[in-house]
Design a protein. Structure first.
Length: 249
């Protein structure tokens, strides 16, 4: 089987499947991070060359099952998986963690994308925490009057074309108390975030709520309509079911 990864859940699924005699597992990474977290199964790195390339890979490697455990904002690879799996005759499951929902005290401003988020920050200069990752920050160059604290896993090169930006690197999990300290240290007034879901990056959302700060939240992109589960346990159950069915053939 092949796991499309780059997420905590993909790594956890791989951990759950190591040592199983009935499965040969490979995990695929896009290759965005220079020092990816270690994985307990063989890892291949880099794009496949669109859905056709992925279909060819699935056929050549004689993959029976594909689990798309990529990040909910990685819409292109998920679309490729949905197109390639039926073409290659491979069973596909999407493992998609649930998004966060606002609770009492949250001040979310939901926007479609980073360009809309940049506009939503308004004309008055503010101190902004950009917690979007590297690939979504370019549109904030259109709002150079704000002061930005930019956090990403990898360094931002080249930097954002704005006069006031500070860059920090970090990989979650981020605890709420640490996020509150960061917000205080940099006098952050508003946070821009993706609705990633899961506990690892929720600290900033909880901190914003506690401090009464607004969060400009990028809505999730639309993802292909394929069979999907929200937890690693359910993904393992799906695989068990498929393995049983295949043994019966
Ligand atoms: P994307 O826009 O959906 O994908 C762009 C291209 O990158 C794909 O067409 C594919 O190239 C390649 N690719 C993406 N994921 C891949 C994988 N797991 N294995 C092999 N190739 C992959 O993806 P993205 O948003 O740039 O995210 C890239 C990776 O970072 C994903 O693995 C994702 O899980 C992880 N990630 C993303 C975010 C986020 O906010 N977007 C956050 C955390 C982690 P080809 O068409 O050439 O096959």
């Amino acid at each position: 089987m092949l796991i499309l990864g780059g997420t905590t859940e993909a790594r956890q699924l791989a951990e759950r499947l190591t040592g199983r005699a009935d499965l040969t597992v490979t995990l695929s990474l896009a290759g965005r991070t220079t020092a990816p977290a270690p994985h307990p199964v063989p890892v291949r790195v880099g794009g496949f060359g669109g859905s056709e390339g992925l279909a060819a890979y699935l056929g050549a490697q004689r993959i029976d099952a594909l689990v798309d455990a990529t990040h909910p904002y990685a819409a292109a690879i998920s679309a490729n998986a949905a197109a390639a799996a039926p073409r290659a005759g491979v069973a596909l499951l999407a493992l998609r963690r649930a998004g966060w929902t606002p609770t009492a005290g949250d001040r979310w401003i939901e926007v479609a994308d980073a360009a809309q988020a940049a506009r939503a920050l308004g004309n008055i200069p503010r101190c902004v925490l950009l917690a979007l990752g590297r690939n979504a920050i370019e549109p904030f160059a259109t709002a150079p009057h704000h002061r930005y604290l930019v956090r990403s896993v990898e360094p931002i090169v080249p930097p954002l074309r704005v006069p006031h930006a500070v860059y920090i690197t970090g990989r979650g999990p981020f605890a709420e108390a640490d996020e509150r300290a960061l917000i205080a240290q940099h006098r952050i007034e508003v946070i821009v975030a993706k609705n990633s879901g899961g506990p690892a990056t929720y600290g900033k959302i909880a901190a914003a709520r506690a401090l009464g700060l607004p969060v400009v939240m990028l809505r999730r992109p639309s993802l292909p309509d394929v069979e999907a589960v929200a937890t690693v346990d359910d993904a393992v159950a799906w695989l068990d079911h498929r393995c049983t069915a295949m043994r019966g053939v």
